[in-house]
Design a protein. Structure first.
Length: 292
């Protein structure tokens, strides 16, 4: 994955505070699937100092960038055999690929390997049925901003996962941003619908704001720049504030002003809130369907 110099600086800044967690990392790990999310996770581990020679990556069609990353960091890419039993195996494939990938992934599991899944919809029961060697399983849902160290991940560990294994997984996930441990696996589908799919909602909101600007008379390129800068700037402001979003909203809303007039529409009974609830519920139901 290629980034601009400015974005690379932001990524390093986001991840530098996590470098003291390397001591909690597993001794070795296997990554099955090195697409956008798996590849981002791999780069996060390497960025904070995890030794590449203790990582094995399995992907039938790795991106050229991932090949370069593996070669540079001495990561094992599609080895015929493993020189170690991985302490953690990260399953970072599409949910639809589980049936075809599970047999080979199962062969990589050692007796003390913790299985970490990022597959939407696939329950721990689904995973244990298809990977019978697995015992300790952590089910997670990361999101796209993990690629720049600003992700939000929900995680749930089964009873067979030891405190040490949970600590290892937490360290791995925190290289990519916020980690929230859940009290019940049943909450995973809601996390999928809120933070897992959430970046797409924000991107679409930005599109809609630009389109509204065009309708109000702005040139399309100007509307797009203003909308993007507004959303990214507001997100950064919110990330660096100790105030809740509702307080920030109130701070920029003058009584009877222009913002208040707009919010009157967005906060109407048939406005944004009920629409967002419908969207999240649709995503949650689809996650349940993917369990299959």
């Amino acid at each position: 994955m290629h980034y601009s110099k400015g974005l690379e600086t932001s990524i390093k800044r986001a991840r530098i505070i996590k470098m003291n967690q390397v001591s909690d990392f597993p001794a070795s790990l296997a990554l099955v699937g090195a697409g956008k999310m798996g590849g981002s996770m791999l780069e996060g581990w390497l960025a904070v100092g995890f030794p590449g020679e203790r990582i094995a990556v399995f992907d039938p069609n790795p991106f050229g960038h991932i090949i370069d990353v593996c070669n540079k960091a001495s990561v094992l890419l599609n080895p015929d055999s493993l020189p170690f039993d991985p302490a953690a195996l990260i399953l970072a494939i599409k949910p639809q690929a589980l049936e075809s990938v599970a047999p080979s992934a199962n062969q990589l599991m050692g007796k003390d390997t913790v299985l970490v899944s990022i597959l939407a919809g696939k329950t721990i029961s689904n995973l244990l049925e298809r990977l019978p060697r697995a015992r300790a399983v952590v089910r997670t849902i990361p999101n796209l901003p993990a690629s720049i160290g600003r992700g939000a991940t929900g995680a749930f560990a089964n009873d067979e996962t030891s405190p040490d294994q949970r600590r290892m997984v937490d360290a791995l996930l925190r290289t990519n941003g916020l980690v929230e441990w859940l009290s019940s696996e049943n909450l995973i589908d809601a996390v999928t619908a809120v933070s897992g799919s959430g970046p797409a909602y924000v991107f679409y909101l930005t599109e809609c704001l630009a389109e509204a600007g065009i309708a109000a008379g702005l040139p399309s390129d100007l509307a797009a720049r203003l909308a993007k800068a507004t959303v990214t700037g507001s997100a950064e402001l919110m990330a660096n504030s100790n105030q809740p979003p509702s307080a920030l909203r109130e701070n920029v809303t003058s009584p009877a002003g222009t913002t208040a007039a707009a919010l009157q529409k967005l906060m109407a009974e048939d406005g944004l809130a009920p629409l967002m609830r419908k969207a999240v519920e649709a995503a949650r139901k689809r996650a349940q369907e993917l369990a299959g």
